[in-house]
Design a protein around this ligand. Sequence first.
Ligand code: SAH
Length: 221
Amino acid sequence: MKLSKRQDTYRHQGLRNQLIKVIRMKGISDAPVLAAMEKVPRHFFFDSSFLEYAYEDQPFPIGAGQTISQPYTVAFQSSLLRINKGDKVLEIGTGSGYQACILAELGAKVFSIERQKSLYDKTRILLSEMGYQRIKLFYGDGYKGLPSYAPFDKVLVTAAAPYIPEPLIRQLKPGGILVVPVGDETQVMTTIHKISETETRREEHGNFRFVPMLEDKAKDH
Ligand code: SAH
Protein backbone atom coordinates (compact mmCIF):
# COMPACT_ATOMS: atom_id res chain seq x y z
CA MET A 1 0.00 0.00 0.00
CA LYS A 2 1.22 3.49 -0.81
CA LEU A 3 2.53 5.52 2.09
CA SER A 4 0.44 8.53 0.98
CA LYS A 5 -2.70 6.49 1.61
CA ARG A 6 -1.57 5.44 5.07
CA GLN A 7 -1.00 8.92 6.44
CA ASP A 8 -3.48 10.25 8.94
CA THR A 9 -2.94 14.01 8.73
CA TYR A 10 -4.49 16.88 10.74
CA ARG A 11 -6.72 17.44 7.73
CA HIS A 12 -8.06 13.89 7.93
CA GLN A 13 -8.53 14.23 11.68
CA GLY A 14 -10.39 17.50 11.14
CA LEU A 15 -12.69 15.87 8.58
CA ARG A 16 -13.28 13.03 11.04
CA ASN A 17 -14.24 15.47 13.81
CA GLN A 18 -16.75 17.05 11.41
CA LEU A 19 -18.19 13.63 10.56
CA ILE A 20 -18.60 12.82 14.27
CA LYS A 21 -20.52 16.10 14.71
CA VAL A 22 -22.84 15.12 11.86
CA ILE A 23 -23.47 11.68 13.36
CA ARG A 24 -24.10 13.21 16.78
CA MET A 25 -26.61 15.64 15.24
CA LYS A 26 -28.39 12.66 13.68
CA GLY A 27 -28.99 11.29 17.18
CA ILE A 28 -26.02 9.11 18.20
CA SER A 29 -24.96 9.92 21.76
CA ASP A 30 -22.95 6.83 22.74
CA ALA A 31 -19.64 8.45 23.80
CA PRO A 32 -17.38 5.35 23.52
CA VAL A 33 -18.74 4.65 20.01
CA LEU A 34 -18.15 8.24 18.89
CA ALA A 35 -14.64 8.17 20.40
CA ALA A 36 -13.82 4.94 18.54
CA MET A 37 -15.03 6.46 15.27
CA GLU A 38 -12.98 9.57 15.94
CA LYS A 39 -9.92 7.36 16.30
CA VAL A 40 -10.12 4.97 13.30
CA PRO A 41 -8.97 6.57 9.99
CA ARG A 42 -11.87 5.65 7.67
CA HIS A 43 -9.89 6.78 4.62
CA PHE A 44 -7.49 3.82 5.09
CA PHE A 45 -10.36 1.58 3.94
CA PHE A 46 -10.77 3.44 0.64
CA ASP A 47 -8.84 3.10 -2.61
CA SER A 48 -6.56 6.12 -2.86
CA SER A 49 -8.51 7.74 -5.72
CA PHE A 50 -11.64 8.03 -3.56
CA LEU A 51 -10.14 9.40 -0.34
CA GLU A 52 -12.25 12.58 -0.42
CA TYR A 53 -15.41 10.47 0.05
CA ALA A 54 -14.16 8.81 3.23
CA TYR A 55 -15.55 11.44 5.61
CA GLU A 56 -18.98 11.89 4.12
CA ASP A 57 -21.83 10.17 5.93
CA GLN A 58 -22.42 7.80 3.01
CA PRO A 59 -21.87 4.13 2.18
CA PHE A 60 -19.25 3.59 -0.54
CA PRO A 61 -18.26 0.77 -2.96
CA ILE A 62 -15.30 -1.34 -1.79
CA GLY A 63 -15.11 -3.82 -4.70
CA ALA A 64 -16.72 -7.23 -5.33
CA GLY A 65 -20.09 -5.42 -5.51
CA GLN A 66 -19.98 -4.63 -1.77
CA THR A 67 -19.99 -1.42 0.25
CA ILE A 68 -18.46 0.00 3.40
CA SER A 69 -21.48 0.87 5.57
CA GLN A 70 -22.55 4.48 6.12
CA PRO A 71 -20.82 5.90 9.24
CA TYR A 72 -24.20 6.66 10.86
CA THR A 73 -25.19 3.01 10.40
CA VAL A 74 -21.89 1.81 11.89
CA ALA A 75 -22.48 4.10 14.88
CA PHE A 76 -26.12 2.97 15.22
CA GLN A 77 -25.33 -0.77 15.11
CA SER A 78 -22.32 -0.34 17.42
CA SER A 79 -24.49 1.50 19.99
CA LEU A 80 -27.18 -1.22 19.91
CA LEU A 81 -24.53 -3.83 20.75
CA ARG A 82 -23.71 -2.15 24.11
CA ILE A 83 -20.12 -3.44 23.97
CA ASN A 84 -18.33 -4.06 27.26
CA LYS A 85 -14.54 -4.35 27.29
CA GLY A 86 -13.55 -7.97 26.69
CA ASP A 87 -16.83 -8.94 24.97
CA LYS A 88 -16.47 -11.73 22.40
CA VAL A 89 -18.16 -10.34 19.30
CA LEU A 90 -18.98 -12.16 16.07
CA GLU A 91 -19.42 -9.98 12.98
CA ILE A 92 -21.03 -11.34 9.80
CA GLY A 93 -19.78 -9.44 6.72
CA THR A 94 -16.21 -8.22 7.29
CA GLY A 95 -16.21 -6.21 4.05
CA SER A 96 -13.62 -3.43 4.36
CA GLY A 97 -12.93 -4.26 8.02
CA TYR A 98 -13.92 -0.78 9.22
CA GLN A 99 -16.74 -1.94 11.51
CA ALA A 100 -14.47 -4.66 12.93
CA CYS A 101 -11.90 -2.00 13.87
CA ILE A 102 -14.55 0.13 15.60
CA LEU A 103 -15.58 -2.93 17.67
CA ALA A 104 -11.91 -3.63 18.50
CA GLU A 105 -11.45 0.01 19.63
CA LEU A 106 -14.47 -0.49 21.92
CA GLY A 107 -12.51 -3.27 23.62
CA ALA A 108 -14.19 -6.25 21.93
CA LYS A 109 -12.46 -9.48 20.93
CA VAL A 110 -13.62 -9.52 17.34
CA PHE A 111 -14.29 -12.57 15.13
CA SER A 112 -15.46 -11.60 11.65
CA ILE A 113 -16.64 -13.71 8.69
CA GLU A 114 -16.60 -12.74 4.99
CA ARG A 115 -17.88 -14.87 2.08
CA GLN A 116 -15.99 -13.00 -0.71
CA LYS A 117 -12.45 -14.35 -0.92
CA SER A 118 -11.05 -11.20 -2.59
CA LEU A 119 -12.36 -8.96 0.22
CA TYR A 120 -11.22 -11.40 2.90
CA ASP A 121 -7.67 -11.40 1.45
CA LYS A 122 -7.49 -7.62 0.99
CA THR A 123 -8.87 -6.84 4.45
CA ARG A 124 -6.60 -9.35 6.18
CA ILE A 125 -3.56 -7.50 4.80
CA LEU A 126 -4.96 -4.06 5.62
CA LEU A 127 -5.88 -4.89 9.24
CA SER A 128 -2.52 -6.48 9.87
CA GLU A 129 -0.73 -3.41 8.41
CA MET A 130 -2.86 -1.18 10.63
CA GLY A 131 -1.88 -3.20 13.70
CA TYR A 132 -5.23 -4.92 14.30
CA GLN A 133 -3.79 -8.45 14.44
CA ARG A 134 -6.11 -9.25 17.35
CA ILE A 135 -9.14 -9.18 15.04
CA LYS A 136 -9.69 -12.76 13.84
CA LEU A 137 -10.89 -12.97 10.23
CA PHE A 138 -12.58 -16.00 8.67
CA TYR A 139 -13.45 -16.83 5.07
CA GLY A 140 -16.79 -18.63 5.26
CA ASP A 141 -20.57 -18.47 5.37
CA GLY A 142 -21.97 -16.22 8.07
CA TYR A 143 -25.33 -18.04 8.06
CA LYS A 144 -23.55 -20.81 9.96
CA GLY A 145 -21.79 -18.52 12.44
CA LEU A 146 -18.62 -19.88 14.06
CA PRO A 147 -19.69 -22.88 16.16
CA SER A 148 -16.13 -23.76 17.20
CA TYR A 149 -15.57 -20.28 18.74
CA ALA A 150 -19.07 -19.92 20.28
CA PRO A 151 -20.59 -18.74 22.53
CA PHE A 152 -20.40 -14.99 21.86
CA ASP A 153 -21.48 -12.05 24.01
CA LYS A 154 -22.68 -10.19 20.94
CA VAL A 155 -23.35 -10.96 17.27
CA LEU A 156 -23.54 -8.27 14.58
CA VAL A 157 -24.82 -8.84 11.03
CA THR A 158 -23.76 -6.11 8.57
CA ALA A 159 -25.63 -7.45 5.52
CA ALA A 160 -29.39 -7.61 4.88
CA ALA A 161 -30.68 -10.91 6.26
CA PRO A 162 -33.91 -12.25 4.66
CA TYR A 163 -34.58 -14.01 7.99
CA ILE A 164 -32.74 -14.36 11.31
CA PRO A 165 -30.31 -17.30 11.01
CA GLU A 166 -30.99 -19.69 13.90
CA PRO A 167 -27.30 -20.64 14.45
CA LEU A 168 -26.53 -17.00 15.31
CA ILE A 169 -29.04 -17.04 18.18
CA ARG A 170 -27.80 -20.44 19.29
CA GLN A 171 -24.20 -19.17 19.41
CA LEU A 172 -25.12 -16.24 21.71
CA LYS A 173 -24.52 -16.44 25.45
CA PRO A 174 -27.58 -15.97 27.67
CA GLY A 175 -27.63 -12.21 28.28
CA GLY A 176 -26.17 -11.67 24.82
CA ILE A 177 -27.41 -9.41 22.02
CA LEU A 178 -27.80 -10.04 18.28
CA VAL A 179 -28.08 -6.99 15.99
CA VAL A 180 -29.35 -7.79 12.50
CA PRO A 181 -31.02 -5.82 9.68
CA VAL A 182 -33.92 -8.03 8.50
CA GLY A 183 -35.74 -7.71 5.17
CA ASP A 184 -35.41 -7.72 1.40
CA GLU A 185 -35.84 -4.28 -0.25
CA THR A 186 -35.40 -2.33 2.97
CA GLN A 187 -34.45 -3.77 6.32
CA VAL A 188 -35.73 -3.31 9.84
CA MET A 189 -32.86 -2.98 12.30
CA THR A 190 -33.66 -5.76 14.76
CA THR A 191 -32.16 -6.70 18.12
CA ILE A 192 -32.61 -10.09 19.74
CA HIS A 193 -31.83 -10.16 23.46
CA LYS A 194 -31.15 -13.73 24.56
CA ILE A 195 -32.63 -13.84 28.05
CA SER A 196 -31.95 -17.56 28.63
CA GLU A 197 -31.33 -20.67 26.50
CA THR A 198 -35.06 -20.82 25.78
CA GLU A 199 -36.21 -17.18 25.92
CA THR A 200 -35.51 -14.21 23.61
CA ARG A 201 -36.84 -10.65 23.37
CA ARG A 202 -37.10 -8.94 19.98
CA GLU A 203 -36.95 -5.17 19.38
CA GLU A 204 -37.12 -3.12 16.19
CA HIS A 205 -35.22 0.13 15.55
CA GLY A 206 -36.28 1.62 12.20
CA ASN A 207 -35.45 1.09 8.54
CA PHE A 208 -32.04 0.78 6.89
CA ARG A 209 -30.56 -0.42 3.60
CA PHE A 210 -27.79 -3.00 3.36
CA VAL A 211 -26.28 -5.17 0.62
CA PRO A 212 -27.83 -8.67 0.78
CA MET A 213 -26.62 -11.47 3.02
CA LEU A 214 -26.01 -14.34 0.57
CA GLU A 215 -25.88 -18.07 1.23
CA ASP A 216 -22.57 -19.90 1.22
CA LYS A 217 -19.11 -18.74 0.07
CA ALA A 218 -19.00 -16.82 -3.23
CA LYS A 219 -18.37 -19.19 -6.15
CA ASP A 220 -16.47 -16.74 -8.38
CA HIS A 221 -13.02 -17.41 -6.91
N1 SAH B 1 -18.95 -4.48 7.95
C1 SAH B 1 -18.54 -4.08 6.62
C2 SAH B 1 -19.75 -3.87 5.72
C3 SAH B 1 -19.64 -4.75 4.54
S1 SAH B 1 -21.08 -4.89 3.51
C4 SAH B 1 -17.63 -2.87 6.65
O1 SAH B 1 -17.43 -2.29 7.71
O2 SAH B 1 -17.06 -2.53 5.59
C5 SAH B 1 -21.58 -6.54 3.92
C6 SAH B 1 -20.59 -7.64 3.67
O3 SAH B 1 -21.25 -8.88 4.00
C7 SAH B 1 -20.11 -7.80 2.23
O4 SAH B 1 -18.72 -7.73 2.20
C8 SAH B 1 -20.61 -9.19 1.83
O5 SAH B 1 -19.74 -9.88 0.95
C9 SAH B 1 -20.73 -9.88 3.17
N2 SAH B 1 -21.63 -11.03 3.21
C10 SAH B 1 -22.82 -11.20 2.60
N3 SAH B 1 -23.36 -12.41 2.91
C11 SAH B 1 -22.48 -13.02 3.75
C12 SAH B 1 -22.45 -14.29 4.40
N4 SAH B 1 -23.42 -15.19 4.26
N5 SAH B 1 -21.38 -14.58 5.19
C13 SAH B 1 -20.36 -13.70 5.34
N6 SAH B 1 -20.33 -12.48 4.75
C14 SAH B 1 -21.37 -12.14 3.95
